[in-house]
Design a protein around this ligand. Structure first.
Ligand code: CO
Ligand code: CO
Ligand code: CO
Length: 316
């Protein structure tokens, strides 16, 4: 397929990134993104919050500020009580408001399966756009949320998770990436993306591809929801993690010390995961401190960009 081009498209379809970016003038560009999915938690209000946080995240991952949002709804009218839809939309609205974004419209269709999400529009300075590309040698990689939501959600579906874990993972997925985005805006960040369906290694693979560099990942430093290890050992690893591994197997190399659980965790598809930020070795400790004291306590340096190693990811 060929797509029409326009000189004002800064990020378009030709380079799958978190969102599209269109230059309006020398000082302003528009960020546009859309995301919706079927319920991942039982509570409709929290599902609305998570779906909204997830959709808003792609604007944050580009380094931008979300401004307006529109609801996208698929609902099985007649089969499901309308109060469920109201709760979902209220959850989304509360999350949108928390982000300082205004809801300006939306569209709903009758659908066999319930679906909810948002289209989001944001602003950014055309020269401050953070794509997935642009890693520099020696960069440090910072991750802002723990991993394991895919494994834990699989255990929840299997009826195995305790109410306490359910609450923790729900709040984690509903947490906005607004704070880390606002804090990183004060630093010279080279590249950024958010961790979603491809898992940490899948998204890292997109960053390192065509960079001419390699990545060294310290698996022992990766934060995760502590129950995930036990759940994974019981077999609650989502199918997506295996697909992600298969897709990027040739780009990743694990030291023998990296056990099977850590490997699965690194490929675990995340819902509304954290930001993955690449910046210089010199600036990374300052940004990390600012994140930790600025409401992003889970932020951690997980690896670095190394000299030419065949655009591979080496997990130690
Ligand atoms: Co994204
Ligand atoms: Co997305
Ligand atoms: Co980005």
């Amino acid at each position: 397929m060929t797509f029409p081009t326009d000189e004002n498209v800064i990020v378009g379809l030709d380079r799958a990134d978190d969102a599209g970016v269109y230059r309006i003038n020398d000082d302003l560009a528009l960020i546009q993104t859309v995301d919706f999915f079927t319920p991942i938690v039982d509570d409709p209000y929290w599902f609305g919050q998570i779906a909204a946080a997830n959709a808003l995240s792609d604007v944050y991952a580009m380094g931008g500020t979300p401004k307006t949002a529109m609801n996208l709804v698929g609902f099985p009218l007649g089969e499901m009580d309308i109060s469920i839809l109201r709760a979902i939309i209220q959850g989304g609205l509360d999350k949108i408001s928390e982000a300082g974004v205004v809801l300006v419209g939306g569209h709903s269709v009758e659908d066999k399966e319930l679906k909810y999400g948002l289209s989001v529009t944001g602003f950014i300075h055309p020269e401050r756009v953070l794509t997935k590309k642009n890693l520099e040698k020696g960069d440090r990689l910072i991750l802002t949320k723990p991993l394991g939501t895919g494994i834990v959600n699989t255990a929840i579906k299997g009826g195995l998770a305790s109410p306490d874990v359910i609450e923790r993972v729900t709040h984690l997925m509903a947490r906005l990436n607004r704070e880390p985005a606002e804090i990183m805006d004060r630093y010279r960040v080279h590249a950024c993306t958010d961790i979603t369906g491809f898992g940490l290694l899948g998204h890292l693979a997109e960053m390192v591809l065509d960079s001419g560099y390699g990545i060294r990942l310290e698996s022992g430093k990766i934060p995760f929801i502590s129950e995930a290890r036990e759940y994974a050992q019981m077999g609650f690893v989502p199918a997506g993690a295996y697909r992600n591994r298969e897709f990027r197997a040739s780009m990743t190399s694990f030291q023998p010390s990296v056990d099977r659980f850590l490997q699965d965790l690194l490929f675990d598809p995340q819902t509304s995961g954290g930001l993955l930020i690449s910046l210089s070795e010199k600036d990374a400790p300052d940004l990390l401190d600012a994140l930790k004291s600025g409401g992003v306590p889970d932020a951690v340096i997980i690896g670095d960009v190394i000299a030419h190693r065949g655009e591979k990811i080496f997990v130690e």
